[in-house]
Design a protein around this ligand. Structure first.
Ligand SMILES: [Zn+2]
Length: 175
């Protein structure tokens, strides 16, 4: 099964996903095929709604498509901002993000620098994990997808307007 990655402005990307209630063979196959699609598109993270499946499942591999050695599948992930170990306060971090559903565009986005992830793995075991830096950013980006949110929903109105203008032009040219 080859999965198609939905692209903005597809309205389905705004849909909220439902919790996984049972780890069926279909859910396992979805995770496997999502990992494949993620690697093939040179991504480090993918969320089920990006392939038109509205369940709370994400795949992440920070080692990237060239190494493919740190694949994680998280079901029903929940994030909590963690304080910075030095200052004792939650810290923000701003970095450039891109998205397989938002082609040819990157922009700076503000995120929490550390998060606590609670989720289930594909065997139904609870996972609890502290994440920082790129991993924390990636998890926040993927979990946003489960709530129908894209990183371009977190950029300035001006930047978003410019991007939407570009998309409109491209769609018109393709007509
Ligand atoms: Zn994305």
């Amino acid at each position: 099964m080859e999965l198609e990655i939905l692209q903005y402005p597809d309205a389905r990307l705004k849909q909220k996903s439902a919790p996984v209630t049972e780890i069926t063979p279909e859910i396992r196959a979805l995770a496997e095929n999502m990992a494949k699609a993620m690697y093939e598109s040179d991504g480090i993270g993918l969320a089920a709604p990006q392939v038109g499946r509205f369940v709370r499942l994400i795949t992440v591999d920070l080692s990237g498509p060239s190494q493919r050695e740190a694949l994680k599948v998280y079901l029903n992930p929940v994030l909590e901002a963690l304080p910075d170990p030095e200052s004792g306060k939650p810290e923000g971090v701003e970095s450039e993000e891109g998205c397989l559903s938002v082609p040819d565009y990157r922009s700076n986005v503000k995120r929490h620098s550390r998060v606590l992830l609670k989720a289930l793995d594909l065997d139904g075991n609870p996972v609890e994990r502290e994440a920082a830096d790129l991993e924390a950013i990636c998890l926040q980006h993927e979990c946003d997808h489960l709530d129908g949110k894209l990183f371009i929903d977190r950029i300035s109105r001006l930047k978003r307007g410019l991007y939407d203008g570009k998309v409109k032009k491209r769609l018109k040219a393709a007509e």
